[in-house]
Design a protein around this ligand. Sequence first.
Ligand code: NAD
Length: 489
Amino acid sequence: MEEARNYIGGSWRQPTASETLNVLNPATGEVLARVGLSTAEEVDRAVQAARAAFPDWRRTPAVERVQYLFKLRDLLEQHFEELSRTVTLENGKTLEEARGEVRRAVENVEVACGIPSLMQGYLSEDIARGIDELMIRQPVGVGAALCPFNFPAMIPFWFMPYALACGNTFLVKPSERVPLTMVRMFELIEQVQLPPGVLNLVHGSRQTAEAILDHPGIQAISFVGSTPVARQVYARAAATGKRAQVQGGAKNPIIVLPDADLESTTRIVADSAFGSAGQRCLAASLAVTVGEARDGFVPAIAQAAAERVVGNGLQEGVQMGPVISAASRDRIERLIGQGEAEGAQVLVDGRGTRIPGGEGGFFVRPTVLSEVQAEGETFKTEIFGPVLGLLHVSTIEQAIELVNSGQYGNMACLFTSSGAAARKFRYEAEVGNIGINIGVAAPMAFFPFSGWRESFFGVLHGQGRDAVEFYTQEKVVVERWPKEWSRKF
Ligand code: NAD
């Protein structure tokens, strides 16, 4: 059976750890491969390789560095279908959804190819007579990305292409639950013939991540995962003086106003709540109806949930795949039960799902809970499954208050045909990503993937210019050249 290998210093190595985990196909429960949990020594080897590669790599002109990314982009395009299939196999999302995330990975490579202009500094002549001042951007050193299971292809690409293009060297630690996509990506990366040590792949779980966080040879950490882990990661990175961009969990509300178009709103909200089986940090997980919006929306969304085609994501026509593991399925089912116990009504119940041919898989059908209590677990807890909770209020002010009362601030969306309502919402909602008649407000690669409150710890986000700023440090130079200065101008 395949064992996911590390890629360190330009060669493939089997993790030496005695401990290994099974990588499962969530649609069937079948074991796809095993993954070793790299030790602190293996992390150290990768960091030493990255450190050794850094001096030469940072001196490589940016226009040359991006040539590797152009080649990588072409390879990703050539292997697009195969990469998407690997994502579906180990993560469970549908092939269409997998294609969407591989596309965003490619787009991030494309944006990072603009580094020669994106990382330019600026200069002011004559800040005093004969004295000039300039700001230049230099790489920070060695960076590392610690990644979650839900986007095995895309999330490392929010960081890696920018870090590399800016002249840093880098380590990627994929989620131990979905290591195979990155193995395949690194086989392609190997073909672009980067200098050894510039990009490294290290598999593992918590202990491996902690060894990365504690390593004094690493200067920058990019993390994406759940909020409880994000808090620990932010503190641990800071303890060793690293810069950190740390993205956490989410609980995304959408508001439906009475003037929203019912048909398209229902379709878009269903796609947001149940797409990727709800395992998206931009999934709608609460829908707040205002005034008479409830009358049409509640039966329509319940019908959309009940009609969703659930099955193996590789099969044509399937609209929703399984969740990642049996433990995740059991947790989601428990949280549905808890919502019910707190007084919510289960309009559509996805518990106990059996899929013909997918008996070993981890399926939960779309679930809709109405009359969710604003103090209860269904309102507060990130369920990370295909569960939509419904609440009802009388005014948009009350709806915005609900949006702003939660712990998270990743995304909020408004469905309306009123420009004034949209502007008010955009202005007042305390979240980092806003959708207006959009259900998954995922920023393009040239915008930051924002996130506020407990959905993000740090200042600079992933993607685009934020990633460039994060992976460079500013140096300000004030220059006076005595000979010229003493001359009369
Ligand atoms: P997770 O927090 O369990 O794991 C994320 C990563 O952290 C993995 O690589 C894991 O090995 C590592 N890890 C686990 N425990 C650790 C610890 N104590 N210290 C250091 N590292 C540790 O997250 P997950 O279940 O893989 O992913 C789902 C979560 O990610 C959800 O909460 C989701 O909302 C969030 N997410 C957020 C965004 C965003 O942009 N904000 C995007 C995608 C996913």
